[in-house]
Design a protein around this ligand. Structure first.
Ligand SMILES: Cc1ncc(COP(=O)(O)O)c(C=O)c1O
Length: 472
């Protein structure tokens, strides 16, 4: 099949299209994965698209609905990634579609810095009401998670008159220049892209299975030491993901975030919670930081905020958010009206339909099915679950030495069996799952069973390889 010079033609342009019939919510393999059409399109992709963009699963998607991705070869793949988190309410959510269609007929853009529209204000109102803490709040909207984190840093610097930022090992905050500096992992995010900000200091986050051996006090002492070594009075803020997604869904030691809150107060710094991945219901609460009962000064959201439409936000105490001079914040597309409508559709559903309970239920299923694998002789050294945010870590069960090849092998098994499961982690040794919260439990169980089968199959291969090596 040649795809050269083909333009996508929108059928029946000019009239409102009825919704497509729902996709069957079951896994189905029509071809091998990737199938022949995806493979041909991949050739063209390589000929046209910068090599700098990776692809975890090189299939081209025709439609997506609920927990299913339908590829161009007719394969129905179980979606355990939600497009890296955003499509938490399903990639073709009915209410999002209705609001987008109505807005498309009215206008697609005016620029909120030029002329106003009410949906922007309503999104800010909901975020002000739902962000943790009772203080009066204000919100500013942007487009991407990285852009919102950049702006959170700008606001913190402006408010405190200080420049340094404390960030954490394993953190991922984005790919722009400041957020690359905040991100800790060098490859693939930073290699070759420096220089980075000298005003960022990284410290370890205590998590299982490796880092939590220390007492909470010792973990917090490391933070205090890093501040003292770099003069605490020069720090504007510390920024942390309440669950470190890119690091493999690492959950900080209990009490660590509360300890950071105290340290920040002690030194007049702000605490920024990056909830780009963990927020908007994914963990069974609207914000992951609510599990720890900690109130940040600034809270950053994106991804599931508008269910896949580009929208991000910074919400914080009114005195902090209002400190910046008018026109100091903004952006041409910041708070785009279509994205705002999508966010309002998300809020309606979060407020009304037990979405948080669904995320909690997915977490229960994951605990039941995956936790028995830890230390069971198959190289699974940790399973971390908070609602629909799940990490399965691979390594040597005695030494905890990371096993990135195992994570890759399990992920490859999943892909060829019609399940999209992502690999990540500080040592690339984690399978991370971010299923749509609305995935049907039976489909989710089927996806997890494929992962378990993959773990067993690849564990057998490792045992055989070890036996072979021993025999030579
Ligand atoms: C915690 C966190 N912060 C920031 C970002 C960056 O968001 P974006 O890709 O929208 O710039 C991500 C993206 O994965 C993230 O997970």
């Amino acid at each position: 099949m040649s795809t050269t010079n083909q333009l996508v033609v929108v059928p029946d342009a000019g009239r409102t299209l009825p919704p497509l019939p729902a996709l069957p919510q079951s896994r189905h393999l029509a071809t091998q994965i990737p199938g022949p059409r995806s493979q041909a399109m991949m050739v063209e992709r390589r000929a046209q698209v910068s090599n700098g963009f990776g692809a975890q699963l090189p299939v081209f998607i025709d439609r997506a609905d609920g927990g299913i991705l339908l590829d161009v070869d007719g394969n129905r793949i179980i979606d355990l990634a939600s497009g890296l988190g955003p499509t938490a309410l399903g990639a073709s959510n009915g209410r999002v579609r209705e609001r987008l269609q109505a807005q498309l007929d009215r206008f697609t853009h005016t620029c909120f810095m030029t002329t106003e529209y009410q949906s922007y204000v309503e999104v800010c109102r909901w975020l002000n009401q739902h962000a943790p803490g009772s203080a009066e709040k204000r919100t500013a909207l942007f487009s991407t998670g990285a852009e919102a984190n950049e702006n959170a840093v700008k606001i913190a610097r402006y408010f405190t008159g200080r420049s340094k930022i404390l960030a954490f090992d394993g953190a991922y905050h984005g790919r722009t220049h400041m957020t690359m500096s905040l991100t800790s992992k060098a490859h693939p995010y930073k290699t070759g892209f420096g220089p980075f900000s000298k005003d960022v200091v990284h410290v370890p986050v205590p998590t299982s299975p490796r880092g939590a051996a220390d007492t909470l006090e010792r973990s917090l002492d490391r933070v205090r030491a890093a501040l003292w070594e770099n003069d605490p009075a020069t720090f504007a803020a510390m920024i942390i993901e309440p669950i470190l997604g890119e690091a493999g869904c690492l959950i900080p030691q209990e009490g660590f975030l509360a300890g950071l809150r105290e340290i920040a107060d002690e030194h007049g710094m702000l605490l920024i919670a990056d909830e780009v991945q963990s927020g908007m219901g994914r963990t069974g609460r609207i914000w992951a930081i609510e599990h720890e009962d900690v109130v940040p000064d600034l809270l950053v959201a994106a991804k599931a905020l508008a269910n896949g439409m580009p929208l991000s936000s910074v919400t914080g105490r009114a005195d902090v958010m209002n400190a910046v001079h008018p026109a100091g914040l903004g952006g041409t597309y910041a708070g785009n009206p279509l994205s705002c409508e999508a966010a309002l559709a998300v809020f309606e559903q979060l407020d009304a339909e037990g979405v948080l309970d669904k995320a909690t239920e997915l977490g229960r299923i994951a605990v039941d099915m995956l936790l028995p694998l830890v230390g069971a002789g198959q190289g699974v050294i940790d399973v971390r679950v908070r609602g629909a945010m799940i990490g399965i870590e691979f390594g040597d069960e005695d030494t905890l030495e990371p096993a990135s090849q195992r994570a890759k092998a399990v992920s490859a098994y999943c892909h060829s069996n019609g399940v999209l499961a992502l690999t990540n982690g500080v040592h690339e040794n984690v399978i991370r799952l971010l299923p749509p919260i609305v995935i049907e439990p039976t489909l989710f169980r089927d996806g997890l069973q494929v992962i378990i089968d993959g773990i067993q199959e690849t564990a057998l291969n490792v045992t055989e390889a070890k036996a072979d090596a021993g025999g030579r």
